[in-house]
Design a protein around this ligand. Structure first.
Ligand code: HEC
Length: 102
């Protein structure tokens, strides 16, 4: 099972046992966070125009890039702003999700 699916499964199980207020603090779902990326990165995440694709990269690459965008270490047009909204745990979850896409 892909790591993204495992995270989804865990998040789903947590939601089942938690009351709604606690569900908000459950592990972030990579698939849910990743839904915000397809607008620019293409519906199948293979890239769109000048925007590079996300699938096919390994998880470590995606984590390092997201953190570099967030810190400003990697110059960006929009990714710096996108990445600033992500905690380390969320970067981990969304990177695992995209690395698991085939
Ligand atoms: C508003 C459009 C937009 C959104 C939304 C967006 N991206 Fe991007 N992304 C870009 C652009 C444009 C680039 C190229 C770098 C730049 O100029 O910002 C990029 C580059 C990247 C790269 C580097 C890829 C490489 O080949 O090195 C990663 C990783 C990435 N985005 C991840 C994400 C993730 C994860 C999300 C969703 C949480 C996301 N992006 C949402 C536009 C977007």
């Amino acid at each position: 099972m892909a790591l993204g699916s495992k995270i989804l499964l865990v998040a789903g199980l947590l939601t089942l046992v938690a009351c709604p207020a606690e569900a908000q603090t459950a592990a972030p779902s990579g698939a849910m966070l990743g839904a915000a990326c397809v607008l620019c990165h293409g519906p199948d995440s293979a890239g769109a125009g000048a925007v590079p694709g996300l699938k096919g990269h390994n998880k470590d690459y995606l984590v390092v890039m997201m953190k570099a965008f967030r810190s400003g270490e990697r110059p960006a047009t929009v990714m710096g702003r996108v990445a600033k909204g992500f905690s380390d745990a969320e970067i981990d979850a969304v990177s695992a999700y995209y690395a698991g896409l085939k």
